[in-house]
Design a protein around this ligand. Structure first.
Ligand SMILES: [Zn+2]
Length: 320
């Protein structure tokens, strides 16, 4: 198939990230891994094993803005002179990595405080997020990609599909002829992709409705005729239709669980997260809060839950 899968280590719980080398013209790398000496050394070995060198890479493609995928892009682009392709809407966010990360951290802290996380935990998580930044880097995109257009390589055409949800910039690259796709973290075979709340890509204030967006994206992807999706982590997906059904079913169960918790008594989103995950809701406060807020968005859209303010915090209660 001319595609090499190259797992590269990351400092994150998700484990290795899959980078892919498409052996064609231009010689194309999909995602580059986080910025670390070890990741770069392993990427070098993988690429050498294919008979090429990092210096030969002609095009680097980013699937989304997360640092385990984009951290090494600048380094590889500097060594190789490669073009860098990414979704047009993500160009500013990728170029301004430090300011973008600051803005994401500001959002995370203000959301945590508003939703019931204590100030000391919110600050501790901000410091942690700060320390993870060393694995990221700014990315200068030289080839902005537009939704619906095609990325033309010598032996294949990849359709560019914006599929926000896990991050605002998730992009799927679909090879219609071969019925395959590069999916980034849009879908993962072994775990559900966290619908992490972020800043909107257009720079507007506020937050994304990440789970609502993710559901719309999954519905689009579910319609596509694909036999193989190569993901950012874990094994290839060979039944995306069944996997998406499974993701929707577990989301349905969680919606009912959260509704039940709020039916016991009204509470903050963080208190809901603690009722579900216990101490994990503290150590991973923003991740679990993103999950709960995502589900609350849906419960409120459905008219089943309402939000009210009490002592600067948002309280959720069942109305049906
Ligand atoms: Zn990832």
């Amino acid at each position: 198939m001319g595609i090499h899968t190259m797992p590269v280590p990351t400092p994150f719980a998700v484990g290795r990230i899959n980078c892919y080398l498409i052996d064609t013209e231009p010689l194309t790398l999909i995602d580059a891994g986080p910025r670390s000496d070890q990741s770069l050394a392993e990427l070098d070995i993988h690429i050498n094993d294919t008979g090429h060198r990092v210096e030969d890479i002609e095009l680097i493609v980013a699937t989304h803005q997360h640092i385990d995928h984009i951290g090494l892009i600048k380094t590889v682009a500097e060594r190789s002179g490669a073009e860098v392709a990414a979704l047009d809407k993500s160009v500013d966010r990728l170029a301004t990595f430090a300011a973008g990360s600051d803005s994401e951290d500001d959002l995370a802290v203000s959301l945590m405080l508003r939703h019931g996380v204590s100030e000391d935990i919110a600050n501790a998580l901000r410091n942690l997020s700060d320390s993870y930044r060393q694995w990221g880097d700014a990315v200068e995109v030289t080839m902005p990609l537009t939704e619906g257009d095609h990325l033309e390589l010598a032996d294949r055409k990849l359709k560019i599909l914006h599929r926000p949800g896990h991050s605002p910039s998730d992009t799927v690259f679909w090879d219609e002829e071969r019925r395959m796709a590069f999916g980034g973290d849009h879908l993962l075979s072994h775990i559900s992709s966290n619908p992490l709340i972020s800043r909107p890509l257009d720079g507007s204030p506020g937050r994304t409705r990440s789970l609502v967006n993710y559901n719309a994206s999954m519905r689009e992807t579910q319609k596509m005729p694909i036999d193989l999706m190569l993901s950012g982590h874990g094994d290839p997906i060979t039944d995306h239709v069944g996997l998406i059904d499974k993701r929707f079913a577990s989301q349905e169960r969680r919606l009912e669980k959260i509704h039940g918790i709020l039916a016991e008594r009204p509470r903050t989103a963080h208190a809901v997260a603690e009722a579900i995950w216990g101490n994990v809701a503290v150590t991973q406060a923003f991740l679990t809060l993103s999950e709960v807020i995502g589900h609350l968005d849906i419960l409120m859209d459905d008219g089943r839950v309402a939000e009210r303010e009490e002592d600067d915090r948002l309280i959720y209660e069942v109305i049906e």
